[in-house]
Design a protein. Structure first.
Length: 162
């Protein structure tokens, strides 16, 4: 009787492990790649830019300058994001090492935080430059629209399974 119970428990554990392992594997397959997420974010950014251009009644000159600001920021972000990804790989290597190197982890963590700060500053600078291109009437309208645009963005479904 005891042997039979042990066998059933073992089979149950193996079935559960197989099911959860399969679910875990399926999650990694359905997870979009970095490039897919980037492309999706760029499309969303373009869509929002078109809406804002129409609503704020931006002239061609303003649209060109804004496009240029965003392209410059995108280039800066691409470089920063690459450095952040490299830092993640370095951190993974440190965590897999035979011994824990606290100084190396602290140094890498500080470097990663510095990169995130640069990313934040770059975004803030671009937003400021765009805002300064607007007329006073456009700035007032943009201030009123900002909360609406953020609410709209939060209602989107997650990007899983792209």
């Amino acid at each position: 009787m005891k042997g039979r119970t042990t066998t059933f428990i073992f089979i149950g554990i193996m079935l559960a492990a197989g099911i959860f392992g399969g679910i875990s594997f399926a999650e990694t397959i359905n997870k979009p790649s970095f490039e897919d997420r980037q492309e999706c974010m760029e499309k969303e950014h373009e869509r929002r830019s078109e809406i804002m251009a129409e609503v704020l009644d931006l002239n061609e000159s303003q649209q060109d300058k804004i496009r240029s600001i965003h392209e410059e920021e995108r280039a800066d972000m691409k470089e920063i994001m690459q450095q952040i990804r490299e830092g993640h790989e370095q951190m993974r290597a440190l965590l897999k090492a035979d011994s824990f190197n606290e100084d190396a982890v602290r140094t890498l963590a500080k470097a990663q935080e510095s990169l995130r700060t640069e990313m934040f500053v770059s975004r803030a600078k671009a937003k400021h430059e765009v805002f300064q291109l607007l007329t006073s009437e456009q700035q007032e309208l943009a201030k009123k629209l900002k909360p609406l645009m953020h609410k709209q963005g939060k209602k989107k479904p997650p990007m899983h399974g792209i």
